[in-house]
Write a protein that binds this ligand. Structure first.
Ligand code: PRT
Ligand code: ZN
Length: 290
């Protein structure tokens, strides 16, 4: 397949950490196979014109903005913090989290003005500085690179600004989330002004990513119905287009095939049964090209 492309696209990927596995699985589902080796920084895919550059997430935005890599997968929080000039091509949905301000749980928190004159520990000073400015707050930012959540307990700061996902780290450190400053997930970013030959490779990759994403929330449904109920049942099914209806060997019965949204599944299933559907079979879809 790679013979139709004349360029190699270099993608920056987190070498280890929270985004690594989901990134590799997304590429694998898109049939872009990257053999990982602990020693190699740059690995070419075996069956697609892509080479992966393994980096720390902190270095990905700059690497893409400066053209050392063409595209990259990184948390939106990291991209915003570094202020790198990249194009956000897709939100990928995994690595979801938020950047929030948290205070010791016994504090009487009345609103953002609580932060005036306080010290806030964080690894995201640029995003925090922007928020404080926008809210016209005067707090001191104390930059630390890890274990931000223990800062208040050891008297290093009055509050923290950090990544929250389940919230259990805050609870374990007697902290309370009081302001959510930004929502984040992993994003696919591209260097601005990518050459057309590289853009073509990126477009093929996007086509595959989109097919995977479309399939994620859909189910393939097969069911049997008495012939006289087919109209009533098909009227209930939204389908990608219209459902496929095929006669069964047993006369007077049909098989109906369609694709439905996962979130509508339980609501529909009761209605389908009530309308006479039987032998309802639900299957995952791997890829869906609309
Ligand atoms: O080594 P490298 O520099 O590449 O990795 P890293 O240690 O800087 O980052 P890593 O791998 O921890 O996170 C990479 C990205 O994952 C982040 O930039 C976010 O975009 C995203 N992400 C999603 C998270 C979390 N969820 C998350 N929960 N990053 C960090 N956390 C930490 C958070 O810092 C806090 O300590 O988990 C704790 C909170 O989790 P909960 O579930 O207790 O709220
Ligand atoms: Zn990092």
């Amino acid at each position: 397949m790679s013979h139709q492309f004349s360029a190699m696209l270099r993608i920056a990927i987190q070498s280890k950490g929270r985004l690594h596995d989901d990134t590799i699985s997304l590429l694998r589902e898109a049939d872009i196979k990257i053999r990982e080796s602990k020693r190699t920084l740059l690995v070419q895919a075996s069956n697609f014109p892509v080479e992966a550059l393994f980096l720390r997430d902190d270095d990905i935005p700059e690497t893409v903005a400066t053209g050392v890599a063409d595209v990259g997968i990184v948390g939106l929080n990291e991209l915003e913090e570094k202020g790198a000039d990249c194009e956000i091509v897709r939100h990928l949905g995994f690595g979801a989290c938020r950047l929030s301000l948290a205070v010791p749980k016994e504090e009487a928190y009345s609103g953002p003005q609580w932060f005036n004159g306080k010290t806030i520990a964080t690894s995201y000073p640029a995003i925090l500085r922007r928020y404080l400015k926008q809210q016209r707050l005067t707090a001191t930012i104390h930059v630390i690179s890890g274990s931000v959540e223990i800062s208040t307990g050891v008297g290093l700061a009055d509050a923290i600004f950090d990544i929250v996902s389940s919230g259990s780290t805050l609870v374990n450190n007697n902290l309370r989330e009081v302001e959510t400053v930004m929502q984040s997930d992993a994003v696919l970013v591209a260097r601005k002004n990518l050459e057309p030959e590289k853009r073509a490779v990126l477009n093929e990759m996007l086509f595959r990513f989109d097919a995977i994403k479309n399939a994620e929330t859909k189910k393939y449904v097969l069911l049997n119905a008495p012939a006289e109920k087919v109209d009533e049942i098909t009227a209930l099914l939204p389908g990608v287009k219209s459902p496929t209806v095929m006669p069964l060997a047993e006369s007077g019965w049909c098989s109906i095939h369609t694709v439905i949204d996962e979130d509508r599944f339980w609501e529909l299933i009761g209605k389908l049964k009530a309308a006479g559907a039987q032998g309802i079979l639900v299957m995952d879809i791997e890829k869906l090209i609309a």
